[in-house]
Design a protein around this ligand. Structure first.
Ligand code: NAI
Length: 332
């Protein structure tokens, strides 16, 4: 079940940054990942330029001292092109502004394998294609780099046209800071599908449980303010997850009282029964077979009707008002 013997992990000392000395890295997009990765790579001594549409992100990149070009111009100048715009706009931007400037030996870097794994983008054969997925969100990618804290990543080679894709990919990983904690070699499919599965099954199950628990407790007459306070405004859940990462998933539970541990161990299998795995497998198959990707592409093409409806529903839930009231009285 556990394939740990086959793990390929690369650390700072395994990687030669000088591989990038004659490269121009064009970072396309200056949002969550784009800003963090561009700043980290520049601080690592890499020649970084920016490609962005004219918006507030463009202005921020200029303010941060980068040479900022249109996406097409940056792709023309760059020898390594990092796609750091949202997954759902990548196909159109790639086809209209990037593709024509890809010449033999350039490298395309994704921070999510989504568009390659599901075939929305099919790069020409004479370029290197890699996936460099930092294991956290952008603000943390920057903060941990600045504080010299450990950061990890997944790296996959989709195409090795130059025979040097791996050295280049690892050099990019190191420049971003992802070999400080360890960059794990994987495939586009594994990175993308594990990520989608967690986003679609694990985290929604936790958040849905929290919403339903708010409803159950409030319907039973408990003060809603105290419910949201204890459930998440206290930040206890994030501390529990941090402790799982540090101590181990089951070891961390020992941090709770014995009453809490007994309650959790005896009730968890009664609330979430093992046969839920059947449903979980259905969702995994929808990801693997591209059913989800197709559905999401159709939703985008239709102008996000369901997405907007569901987001509105969430923002109208009574928890929002309760949360605002409590936040006014908690001292930061
Ligand atoms: P973001 O939403 O922060 O991207 C904003 C940037 O995209 C801005 O520069 C904006 O000008 C540009 N942009 C937006 N719409 C555009 C359009 N129609 N045409 C051209 N440019 C447009 O994106 P984020 O979250 O940084 O994601 C970038 C990539 O990183 C994605 O592939 C994502 O899956 C991946 N990723 C993101 C993580 C995160 O922490 N958000 C974590 C790991 C991977």
């Amino acid at each position: 079940m556990c394939g740990s013997e086959s793990l390929n992990v690369y650390y700072d000392e395994d990687v030669d940054l000088s591989v990038l000395k004659n490269e121009i890295v064009a970072v396309i997009g200056y949002g969550n990942q784009g800003r963090a990765q561009a700043l980290n790579m520049r601080d690592s001594g890499v020649n970084v330029i920016l490609g962005n549409v004219k918006d507030s992100y463009y202005d921020q990149a200029v303010k941060d001292g980068f040479k900022v070009y249109s996406i097409g111009e940056a792709s023309k100048q760059g020898t390594i092109i990092c796609m750091l715009i949202p997954d759902e706009v990548q196909k159109v931007v790639y086809e209209t502004e990037i593709q024509q400037y890809l010449s033999k030996g350039k490298m395309l870097v994704f921070a999510s394998g989504y568009n390659i794994d599901f075939g929305f983008i099919v790069p020409q054969k004479d370029v290197d294609v890699i996936d460099m997925f930092p294991l956290t969100f952008g603000t943390q990618v920057r903060e941990r780099f600045v504080k010299k804290q450990s950061l990890g990543g997944f790296m996959a080679i989709g195409q090795d046209a130059t025979g040097k894709a791996k050295q280049r990919a690892l050099a990019v990983a190191k420049a971003i800071g992802c070999t400080s904690g360890g960059t794990f070699e994987t495939t586009f499919a594994h990175e993308t599908e594990i990520n989608l599965y967690l986003e679609q099954v694990v985290y929604p199950a936790i958040s849905r449980m929290m919403v339903l628990s708010f409803e159950v407790l409030v319907e039973a007459g408990y003060p809603p303010e105290l419910v949201v306070l204890e459930m998440y405004l206290s930040k206890e859940p994030s501390e529990v997850f941090a402790s799982m990462a540090e101590l181990g998933f089951f070891e961390a539970a020992k941090g709770g009282s014995t009453t809490a541990q007994y309650g959790e161990m005896t009730r968890a299998p009664r609330i979430i029964k093992d046969d839920i795995k059947k449903t979980m497998k259905v969702h995994l198959r929808e990801i693997q077979t591209g059913v989800f990707a197709k559905e999401w592409a159709l939703e985008q093409a239709a102008g996000y009707p369901l997405f907007n409806k569901l987001r509105k529903q969430g923002l109208e839930h009574p928890m929002n008002e309760v949360e605002k009231r409590v936040k006014k009285v908690i001292r930061p």
